[in-house]
Design a protein around this ligand. Structure first.
Ligand code: MRU
Length: 364
């Protein structure tokens, strides 16, 4: 399905590709090198796949889930290369150990665990030698389902931006973070395609600059006006009335609608509330963790001090200073104007409405 009518809206993104048949491999656009170089990394082993997720070669909640699903296929292909007469039991063992290993790559985005649970279901349900084929079918289905969910979120969310001219986003919730359109950016693409002349402010998103490097690259490539600003600037812009809406993705949404997203999102939601600016979260069902009553239980990834002390290879913090580097924070539901899902819009954001909108999900 091509969701947009404007042929100049270049949203197709080769974030993740499976190359070949069941003995093939995973190809990822290397997001650590964007926007300077558009290069691809081939993962032929489960260790390479784990490392690619951990190092943010591939990042963004839906994309991590898809990568992990393909990572299980990579593991079985790898085991068969090492042992051409691999038994079904050994193939299943390789897949199980890959699932456990890939689950340790990053803790916050629940899409990773959602996708790995689906792959575990295939391993546990396959007794014959079609396991590799079934795993690849499942990973491909997860990938395709994400495409459809992103397109649907775009269509549901676009009317929310119909009267907006300037919207602000944080981190990258675009095609680089998912199958191809993304979550928050899918809404921006759909609104733009529907004729809303949007200009996007992209927070640079310290410390790894996903906004400056990735969102600005992706939107420019799609022909959408984008301006990068430091993370400390949105309050001034909002006071001047220059932001009509804030729209972001999420890495894990609890049953009550509390949403974890890139560090800095919570502060942005407070600033938006103070200035009366609507604050939208866009997330597919695969990002909801209905086991968690509230955001208090969401595990927050703590990353290496080097990302803050030596950003992009240059030391900016003295050796003796401590560094605090959580990758995510949690925005309480009461600061979120609405959550856009592929099934519809949750508004106001509370447990009853989350359950109501998600009730029809066949997959959960
Ligand atoms: O550390 P990252 O780059 O994986 O963090 C990504 C984000 O926080 C995104 O906003 C989130 O995954 C939503 S993606 C559609």
């Amino acid at each position: 399905m091509k969701p947009y009518s404007n042929p100049n809206l270049q949203t197709t993104m080769k974030t993740l590709q499976w190359i070949g048949d069941t003995s093939g491999h995973l190809r990822l656009i290397d997001q650590t090198r964007l926007p300077v170089e558009e290069t691809y990394l081939d993962c032929h082993t489960v260790a390479q796949t784990h490392d690619a997720i951990r190092r943010l070669v591939v990042r963004g909640a839906p994309a991590i889930g898809i990568a992990a699903a393909y990572g299980v296929c990579v593991a079985v292909a790898e085991a068969r290369r090492e042992q051409p007469d691999l038994s079904v039991a050994d193939a299943r063992a390789a897949a199980h150990s890959a699932i456990d290993y890939l689950a340790t790559s990053r803790p916050t985005a629940v899409n990773l665990f959602w996708a790995l649970d689906r792959m575990r279901g295939i391993v546990d349900g396959s007794e014959d030698d079609s396991l590799a084929q079934r795993l690849l079918q499942e990973a491909t289905a997860i990938h395709e389902q994400d495409r459809q969910m992103c397109a649907a979120m775009g269509q549901h969310g676009a009317p929310l931006l119909a009267d907006c001219r300037n919207v602000l986003t944080h981190c990258n919730a675009g095609g680089l973070a998912a199958s191809e359109l993304g979550t928050a950016l899918a809404v921006i693409y759909a609104a733009h395609d529907a004729g809303t002349p949007l200009h996007v402010y992209a927070d640079e998103t310290r410390p790894l600059l996903q906004g400056a490097r990735l969102t600005a690259w992706e939107l420019s490539r799609a022909g959408i006006d984008v301006t990068v600003l430091c993370d400390s600037m949105p309050a001034c812009l909002m006071r001047e009335g220059k932001i009509d809406a804030v729209i972001v993705g999420a890495d894990r949404v609890a049953a009550n609608g509390d949403a974890a997203n890139k560090i800095g999102t919570y502060a942005l939601a407070i600033v938006a509330r103070h200035h009366g600016v609507p604050f939208y979260v866009v997330a597919p069902s695969s990002t909801f963790d209905m086991q968690l009553e509230s955001g208090e239980g969401i595990p927050i990834e703590q990353r290496d001090r080097q990302e803050v002390s030596h950003p992009f290879g240059k030391q900016t913090v003295p050796d003796d200073a401590g560094v605090f580097n959580p990758a995510f924070d949690v925005t309480p539901a009461d600061l979120i104007t609405a959550i856009v899902t592929e099934r519809g819009i949750i508004r106001p954001v509370n447990t009853a409405n989350v359950l109501h909108v998600l009730a029809n999900f066949a997959e959960r």
